[in-house]
Design a protein around this ligand. Sequence first.
Ligand code: TXA
Ligand code: MG
Length: 348
Amino acid sequence: MTDVIRVDPATPDPAALAEAAECLRRGGLVAFPTETVYGLGVHALDRAAVRRLFEAKGRPANDPLIVHVDAVERMEPLVAQVTEPARQLAARFWPGPLTLVLPRSGRVPDEVTAGLNTVAIRVPAHPVARALLTAAGVPVAAPSANLFSRPSPTRASHVLDDLSGRIDLVIDGGPTQVGVESTVLDLSGDVPTILRPGAVSLDMLRAILPHVERRGSDTPSSGALPSPGLLERHYSPRAPLTVYDGSDAVARLLRDACASIAQGQRVGIMVADEDRPALASVEGLAPRPTIVDLGPAHDLARVASRLYAALRELDASGVDRILARGFPGDEGLATAIRDRLRRASAQS
Ligand code: TXA
Ligand code: MG
């Protein structure tokens, strides 16, 4: 049985969180909201509990977890050394959607790091996550609270859809704000490298550390295995997803939608608000397509916050395929949205 506790996202009830914290300390699996997506938390120093978490998610054991703490000082025992760049980035971006990968200390179990000699750490900003971490008083390893390879959960209902009966508790603090997972920055090698793009952009990081690179540019790897969260197929809906980029994206999307509908397929369409008038031509067709608006194309914060919920909504409506427009741009969220859409649409 999975219990659900509802809390006010801004001022969560301390008694409710005390219960959840106790569950974590005893080795339980507790899903909780962060500002990015819901995490599935477990006592990071409890090896048996960490193994149960991998089992509950169906996650391969070679995919390391992010350890969440409530303050920079709590990171110290977990890493070999808090380097100067780490200190500067933490001062600027924590609490917030940035994860730092650093050489680890001996205290962090192999189960958490998948045997790597580095550990990923983040101080989340969501008031519920912060209060929970403080109440628990232990480092909390937390992947996104979805079944492996499914879209990350941005609402408690998404967590329950994937993990009901497999975990102890869900803290329902309403929808998350950012909607895509944290930026993962590897500080363990010579060149600080973004392993996963997120709301903290390359430019924001370069304002603090000028030599940050994106992964994929010709930076020498730190010797670590490729970050498994960077698996090509990830964050995927069940229905195959096709993404349309470029200036004629919506026209091509419409043409393919019409062709699929003509073959009797149930089609899901994911677009921006301003694409809606152009869709009038397919809206009247049978079988009627299911259309989800992500918000105005320029409002990437809104688009990112709705992205995973939209993929899950379309899946739940039973469509045979999903057609989505891409979102151009170079800022952090545009890069993150493109990255997630690309992986969600990759063939297995
Ligand atoms: O926003 C987030 O980061 C959310 C919330 C819950 O905090 N968490 C999350 O966790 O997205 P997860 O497990 O779904 O993704 C963790 C990513 C994976 O890509 C993993 O490979 C990478 O972080 N990672 C973890 N430890 C690492 C390490 N030592 N070296 C390189 N990559 C690491
Ligand atoms: Mg994940």
